[in-house]
Design a protein around this ligand. Structure first.
Ligand code: PGA
Length: 253
């Protein structure tokens, strides 16, 4: 069964509500034309209800950028899956900025993934090594640990719903993307075999694995041409409507 490509725009901490609506409105006519690629935007929490309303009649999915593991409680500044579920289909979990600036561990990531799945949200689970880890030759080990711990205890039937994103930290927001060969080495050489070991060969072939890190219109097609790369998680370029549209178009099979 061929995997449907997926392109997700991670808006990070950008866009007020009116700006978010404006950006989506500009992109909708083109995105509506493309149904062979799953495409979604992930605005800041506050814009989710308004953007969800705008997207109601359209085939563009909506994701959040994080989710807490409890359904409610004394967790100031956090957001729970039942609060997101009326608006979102997806949620980014374990982004390297969460890991680097907010102290998220693989254990947190695992609990967030479980919460998302429990509430029917598709987790987009991010993994990737830092420059120091790559230079020390630890890329494989780091990514293996992140995938193993991030998906620990997840039943196969739930694991099927997950999307993984391989995002080398040194490529995020730097303008310097990984080479296709580097991305393939980790995705096909490390992550898929590990999924086969943790679950089974069928699941390792079913799960979509995106590449993320300085994806732009000029390099997107190179990544998507490779059969093991199922799309992209896009940061900076997802804020530029023409660029995001071109990236989604490049993913059309
Ligand atoms: P970038 O970000 O495309 O700006 O490198 C990717 C991401 O953080 O997901």
């Amino acid at each position: 069964m061929p995997r449907k490509p997926c392109v997700a725009g991670n808006w990070k901490m950008h866009m007020t509500i009116p700006e978010a609506l404006e950006l989506v409105k500009i992109m909708l006519p083109e995105l509506d034309r493309i149904d062979s690629v799953e495409h979604l935007v992930c605005p800041p929490f506050l814009a989710l209800p308004s953007v969800a309303e705008l997207l109601k009649a359209h085939d563009v999915d909506l994701g959040a950028q994080n989710v807490h593991w409890e359904d409610s409680g004394a967790f100031t500044g956090e957001i729970a899956a039942p609060m997101l579920k009326p608006f979102c289909t997806h949620v980014i979990v374990g982004h390297s900025e969460r890991r680097a600036y907010f102290g998220e561990t693989d254990g947190h990531v695992n609990r967030r993934v479980q919460a998302a799945l429990r509430h029917g949200l598709v987790p987009i689970v991010c993994v990737g090594e830092t420059l120091a880890e790559r230079e020390a030759g630890d890329t494989g080990d780091v990514v293996q640990r992140q995938v193993r711990m991030g998906l620990e205890g997840i039943a196969r039937i739930d694991a099927e719903k997950i999307i993984l994103a391989y995002e080398p930290v040194w490529a995020i927001g730097t303008g310097v993307a990984a080479t296709v060969a580097d991305a393939v080495e980790t995705i096909a050489g490390t992550i898929r075999p590990l999924l086969a070991e943790m679950f089974d060969a069928d699941l390792s072939q079913r799960l979509r694995i995106l590449y993320g890190g300085s994806v732009k219109p000029s390099n997107a097609a190179d990544f998507f041409r490779h059969p093991d790369i199922d799309g992209a998680l896009v940061g900076g370029a997802s804020l530029k409507p023409e660029d995001f549209i071109k990236i989604v178009q490049a993913a059309i099979p």
